[in-house]
Write a protein that binds this ligand. Structure first.
Ligand SMILES: *Cc1c(COP(=O)(O)O)cnc(C)c1O
Length: 340
C-alpha cells in the first residue's frame, strides 16, 4: 500500500456545473496548468469535455499539445510561448495563443498557418503583457497582420490580482480602454477576458465573454475569502496514506515531505479511530497520534473525504493557499479517480 491522491470526478463535475451557473452567459474556460492543479491532466480534461466544457487554459505549449491529443475539438488557450519554434508548434496544434509582447506577435504571424491570437494588455500585474503606452502600436501592427491573413485576433485579455477590489477596478478601467484602442485600430475581438475564479464569482462586470477558472473547479477556495458552502463548490481531492508502523502512542504513516507534504504541516487528520493530530512530517514518513486498535495497513486521510480538514483548511494552518498544497503533492503519488 502506498499514499494516494484520490480525485472525485463527480464532485468535479458538480463544481463545473456550479461555475457555469454562476458565470452564465460568459463562456467557461477550465484552467489546467500545473497538471490540473495536481489532480492529473488527462482524466480531468476528459471529464470536463464530457460535462460540456469547451475551453481549456493550458498555460504552456507542451500542456496545450497534451490537451489537444486528448481533445481534438477543444479550444485550448496557451499564454506562455517561449520561442519561435513553440509559436510554430502552437499554431500547428490549433491552439489559441495569448500574445503579450511584440516579438511573439511576429513569431506567431510568421508561423505556418493562421494563428488565433488573444492580445494581452498589462493592467498592473506586470506579467507578460503589453504596457498601455506600447499598446496602440501593438494593436495597429496586429490589425495589419490580420489584414494580411497571418493572424486572426479573436480576443483581448488580461490577468488581475483579485487581491483588492480597488486594484481590480483600476485594472478593469485600463482593460476597457485597451479594448477601445484595439477597436479603433480596426480589430473586432469577440472574446474579452479578465477574470479568474474569485472575480468570476463575485463580480459580474468582470466576466465579459469568457472566464478563466482554475481553483474553484477543483474546489479550492481563496484564502481568507468566502467558504466552500457560500461558493457552492466542494473539494475534489483526498490524500490518504497507509499506516506502516504502530508504536507507543504514535502511528507512522507512509507519506512525507518527499511526497510533497510541507514539513511544517500540523493539524488533525482522519483515522479509523476518529481525528488525530499529525505531529511530525519526515522525509517519507510522518507521525500521527495513535488510536485504539491502530494496525499496519489502516488508512489515514490527510485531507479531503474522511479527514477533518480540506486541502485549503490544511494549507491555511501553515499560511499558504490550498492550491499550493495540491500542486505540491508529488507526481509520484498515485492518482486514482472515481465517478459514480
Ligand atoms: C492560473 C490562472 C488563472 C486561474 O486562476 P484561479 O484563481 O485558479 O481560477 C486564470 N488566468 C491565468 C492567466 C492564470 O495564470
Amino acid at each position: 500500500m502506498t499514499a494516494e491522491l484520490h480525485v472525485d470526478l463527480d464532485a468535479f463535475a458538480a463544481n463545473l456545473a456550479e461555475i457555469r451557473h454562476r458565470t452564465h452567459p460568459a463562456e467557461h474556460m477550465l484552467v489546467v496548468k500545473d497538471d490540473a492543479y495536481g489532480h492529473g491532466l488527462a482524466p480531468v480534461v476528459r471529464r470536463a469535455w464530457a460535462e460540456g466544457v469547451r475551453w481549456f487554459g493550458a498555460f504552456d505549449v507542451a500542456t496545450g499539445r497534451t490537451v489537444r491529443r486528448a481533445l481534438p475539438h477543444a479550444r485550448i488557450f496557451v499564454w506562455i510561448v517561449a520561442t519561435s519554434e513553440e509559436a510554430q508548434d502552437a499554431v500547428a496544434a490549433g491552439l489559441d495563443i495569448g500574445v503579450g509582447d511584440p516579438v511573439l506577435l511576429e513569431d506567431v504571424a510568421a508561423a505556418q498557418g493562421r494563428a488565433r491570437v488573444h492580445l494581452k494588455i498589462d493592467t498592473g500585474l506586470h506579467r507578460n503583457g503589453v504596457r498601455a503606452e506600447d499598446w496602440p502600436a501593438f494593436v495597429s501592427r496586429a490589425a495589419e497582420l490580420e489584414r494580411h491573413g497571418a493572424i486572426e485576433v479573436v480576443g483581448v485579455w488580461s490577468h488581475i490580482s483579485e487581491a483588492s477590489d480597488a486594484d481590480d477596478d483600476a485594472a478593469r478601467a485600463e482593460f476597457e480602454s485597451a479594448v477601445r484602442v484595439a477597436q479603433d485600430a480596426g480589430l473586432r475581438p469577440a472574446l474579452r477576458h479578465l477574470a479568474a475564479s474569485a472575480a468570476s464569482f463575485a463580480r459580474a462586470e468582470f466576466r465579459y465573454d469568457l472566464v478563466r477558472v482554475g481553483a474553484f473547479s477543483y474546489g479550492i477556495r481563496p484564502a481568507g475569502g468566502a467558504s466552500d458552502a457560500e461558493l457552492g463548490i466542494r473539494p475534489i481531492a483526498t490524500l490518504t496514506a497507509p499506516v506502516v508502523r504502530v508504536g507507543e502512542g504514535t502511528v507512522t504513516i507512509g507519506i512525507g515531505s518527499l511526497d510533497g507534504l510541507p514539513s511544517s504541516l500540523a493539524g488533525a487528520v482522519g483515522t479509523p479511530g476518529g481525528p488525530r493530530r499529525l505531529t511530525a512530517v519526515g522525509e517519507d514518513e510522518s507521525i500521527v497520534e495513535a488510536w485504539p486498535g491502530a494496525a499496519v495497513g489502516d488508512t489515514v486521510s490527510v485531507f479531503g473525504a474522511g479527514a477533518p480538514l480540506t486541502a485549503t483548511d490544511f494549507a491555511e494552518t501553515i499560511g499558504t493557499i490550498g492550491e499550493e498544497l495540491a500542486v505540491r503533492i508529488s507526481p509520484l503519488v498515485r492518482r486514482t479517480y472515481s465517478a459514480g
